[in-house]
Design a protein around this ligand. Structure first.
Ligand code: SAM
Length: 271
């Protein structure tokens, strides 16, 4: 098999990035540090070529045909340990530690599992920065600020852990074969690890029906008087919608409901 005879496999989300301007923009946006690079889905190696020029790369590729091809394209880089290719499903590999040193994730992700991969990287303490290409709509959700219609639990989780912004929007013509949707590269610079699971549970409830009021969503799980007290303390209007509440208010809301809950359980009704 040579590079010209490769037929993209839909089931693996294969859309190969061919636009050199976009490839260079990804390299320019990489945070400057000594971290290793993890690339998920090197594909035909178009991004990998640029990455191995700047850093050593640990790559994960599920397609065995592409793994063979990559081993022949990057023989020298593999021999000199600039590149190590793990052939297999990255989500299986992630069941234990993916890499045992600090790393930045830089990848043009397979879109069918992109959100899952980003959430795993956000939760992985070894992952320090995430620079990835995904579907534009998904990038906008991770990067949204409160008030925007697409602000949701992914935005709150991301903002709780670091800062995110879109680096460049990418049209379908940049890929071979072209996908049906627009894409975007975005960067998350982490400054802490993933928030606690109970907080994320509360977010799930809060955004269950995004167009309803936040109060209506929360009432499915939380006690009405407890919520009224929390709203009063935070100065939130009863009609506020989930996307209108800031990340710091979500954290406050979580803290208050937990401490009020705790006081109720212990029978302490004093303020
Ligand atoms: N990086 C290449 C590029 O920019 O042209 C290819 C990107 S393509 C959108 C996604 C790549 O992820 C494909 O090579 C695909 O085979 C690989 N992939 C899909 N599912 C995967 C998985 N579960 N684990 C590892 N790689 C996967």
């Amino acid at each position: 098999m040579n590079i010209n005879s490769v037929v993209a496999k839909k089931k693996f989300g294969q859309n190969f990035l061919k636009d050199e301007t976009v490839l260079r923009k990804i390299i320019q946006a990489m945070p400057k540090n000594d971290n290793k690079i993890v690339e998920i889905g090197p594909g035909l190696g178009d991004l990998t070529k640029f990455l191995v020029d700047v850093k050593s790369v640990e790559a994960f590729e599920v397609d065995t045909d592409l793994c063979k091809l990559l081993h022949s394209i990057f023989k020298e880089e593999i021999d000199t340990k600039r590149l190590h290719i793990n052939c297999g499903d990255v989500l299986q590999a992630w069941k234990s530690e993916l890499v045992d040193e600090p790393y930045d994730l830089v990848a043009n992700l397979p879109y069918y599992i992109a959100t899952n991969i980003i959430l795993k990287a956000l939760a992985d303490p070894m992952c320090k920065n995430i620079l990835v290409m995904v579907q534009l709509e998904v990038a906008e959700k991770f990067c949204a600020t409160h008030g925007e219609k697409v602000f949701g639990s992914l935005s709150v989780i991301t903002q709780s852990i670091g800062e995110a912004h879109i680096v460049v929007k990418v049209p379908p013509t940049a890929f071979e074969p072209p996908p049906k949707i627009d894409s975007a590269v975005f960067l998350i610079q982490k400054n802490s690890d993933r928030s606690d699971e109970n907080f994320e549970q509360m977010l799930k409830v809060a955004f269950k029906q995004p167009r309803k009021t936040l109060m209506k969503n929360l009432l499915a799980v939380y006690d009405k008087t407890l919520l009224q007290e929390a709203y009063e303390e935070l100065n939130l209007t009863l009609t506020i919608r989930p996307h209108q509440v800031s990340t710091s208010d979500y954290h406050q809301l979580y803290k208050i409901t937990r401490s009020l809950d705790g006081r109720r359980e212990s029978g302490d009704t004093s303020k």
